[in-house]
Design a protein around this ligand. Structure first.
Ligand SMILES: NC(=O)c1ccc[n+]([C@@H]2O[C@H](COP(=O)([O-])OP(=O)(O)OC[C@H]3O[C@@H](n4cnc5c(N)ncnc54)[C@H](O)[C@@H]3O)[C@@H](O)[C@H]2O)c1
Length: 446
């Protein structure tokens, strides 16, 4: 089948590459000329495991086309995906500018029946707004002979395992009551339905809400667990034991109940915030969602309080080694990353940060390259040199089994602030390292 995807970011590019791998012909449209120029050379502008080979192969075999020309994209197919960003407005609501721009573009350029699929995460009622905008434009063009359908098909991939998630999705949510659109989408996704039916069909509004509800539920699990970790620490309990104890209950499960220094990324913070706004717009006070956000904001400062207490509030002139800049492992994305809150607070207090990340160094350079109090280090070992302490912000695999002798030798003081609970407190004691983590029984927590 022929498909067009508008918005070639994390979601659009992975979606396009996976569809092309299944044999579809995909035209990828983005307004960012530099991005499209790089993609035409087979270069993926961000880090996502397994994505670049897929892009290169499909590009070479002519199943992926990249363009900035919207007219080419609209004429290419009669199935148009919208996968542009929906960032937060200042009040927390989702900014629909880019989604509606694409809707306008399609309506202005279409010359045949179009199925428009919203893949971006959008508030309930957005698909109706897209349809309304398109109707208006077709009316102005005096082309009411042209027909279209708008359907919702939200994306559920996770950065870091996006290719695998999109290739073998747990579910494909489709919001439509249109039999033809449904048939087209069944054909499109036939490759992922072979093992069993993944498609869950519902009305458009429910599909839109499903995406926000899923992200908010996951954020809830994390914030709840962080609150339990803080409580465990106060009570002299061990959150790791509690985690295993509750995870064994099938109704709770082991996934997404790791305590830490808060969630980040481009989705959870913005989507929970947008859902709060959606609730408010219909007169509902989303008390649970507000609490989740507040706990997360406080949790990002959790280690800072421990660091400050350890050094008696005297952080000025100190140097901190920091491992892990991305908001989670296997991505170079630093949007809303806990590392940023921590670094910015340390700089505010007059400290210097020596940072290392396996993939996010370029992004850190782009965001903070101008700062003299940030030293970006080529290896995790060089980041340790003469630092007053080591801080771990992201649970990259490369940090799970470090050389503890080297840590002891290179740090000025053998103290480790671990925001991801990577190590056993007992082992750290044996290694001679003063260890702080989240919600565990450590000598330092007592
Ligand atoms: N990143 C994730 O993990 C993830 C997961 C699920 C859903 N989502 C949702 O998917 C959507 C896209 O997210 P993303 O992370 O891919 O965003 P992104 O910022 O990485 O990419 C968006 C792209 O859209 C392009 N764009 C903007 N206006 C355009 C236009 N008029 N025509 C063509 N291209 C245009 C931008 O240049 C950019 O390349 C958001 O709604 C997001 O909430 C994201």
């Amino acid at each position: 089948m022929k498909v067009t995807v508008f918005g070639i970011g994390y979601v659009g590019l992975v979606h396009a590459a996976v569809l092309a791998t299944a044999g579809h012909q995909v035209c990828c449209v983005d307004t960012n000329e530099e991005k499209i120029a790089r993609l035409k050379q087979g270069q993926v502008p961000f880090y996502e495991p397994g994505l670049e080979p897929l892009v290169r192969d499909n590009l070479a075999e002519g199943r992926l086309i990249f363009t900035t020309d919207a007219a080419e994209g609209v004429a290419f197919s009669n199935l148009q995906f919208i996968a542009v960003g929906t960032p937060s407005c200042t009040d927390g609501s989702a900014d629909l500018r880019y989604v509606l721009d694409v809707a306008s573009t399609i309506a202005n350029l279409m010359e045949q029946h179009q199925i428009v699929i919203c893949r971006s995460t959008v508030p309930v009622g957005t698909n109706e707004q897209v349809a309304h905008r398109m109707e208006q434009i077709l009316f102005e063009r005096n082309r009411r002979d042209l027909t279209f359908d708008v359907a919702s098909n939200p994306e559920f991939l996770k950065q870091g395992s996006a290719v695998a998630d999109a290739s073998k999705p747990d579910r494909i949510i489709v919001g439509t009551r249109n039999a033809h659109t449904l048939e087209v989408l069944r054909d499109l996704y036939a490759f992922s339905n072979r093992n069993h039916e993944k498609m869950i069909v519902m009305d458009v509004r429910s599909a839109e809400l499903t995406k926000y509800a899923a992200n908010s539920m996951l954020a809830t699990k994390i914030s709840f667990m962080n609150e339990m970790a803080n409580l465990a620490e106060k009570l002299g309990a061990d959150i790791e034991a509690v985690r295993k104890g509750i995870g064994s209950d099938q109704r709770i499960g082991y996934d997404f109940i790791y305590p830490g220094i808060g969630y980040g990324g481009s989705c959870f913070p913005k989507d929970v915030q947008a859902l709060i706004q959606i609730a408010e717009s219909c007169g509902l006070d989303a008390k649970v969602l507000k609490a989740i956000t507040q706990r997360n904001q406080e949790q990002k400062r959790f280690m800072l309080d421990k660091i400050s207490a350890y050094f008696d509030g005297k952080l000025k002139g100190r140097t901190f080694a920091l491992w892990g800049l991305s908001f989670k492992p296997n991505t170079d994305d630093m949007r809303e990353a806990p590392s940023r809150v921590l670094m910015e607070a340390l700089w505010e207090a007059g400290a210097i940060v020596q940072a290392y990340d396996p993939q996010a160094m370029e992004e850190a350079q782009r965001l903070y390259g101008h700062r003299e109090d940030l030293v970006l280090c080529g290896t995790k070992e060089t980041a340790l040199r003469d630092a007053d302490a080591l801080i771990i912000c992201t649970e990259w695999k490369a940090f799970h089994a470090p050389d503890f002798d080297l840590i002891l030798n290179k740090l000025k003081t053998p103290v480790l602030f671990d925001g991801r609970n990577l190590f056993e407190p007992e082992k750290m004691r044996r290694e001679g390292i003063t260890y702080y983590c989240v919600g565990r029984l450590t000598e330092s927590a007592q």
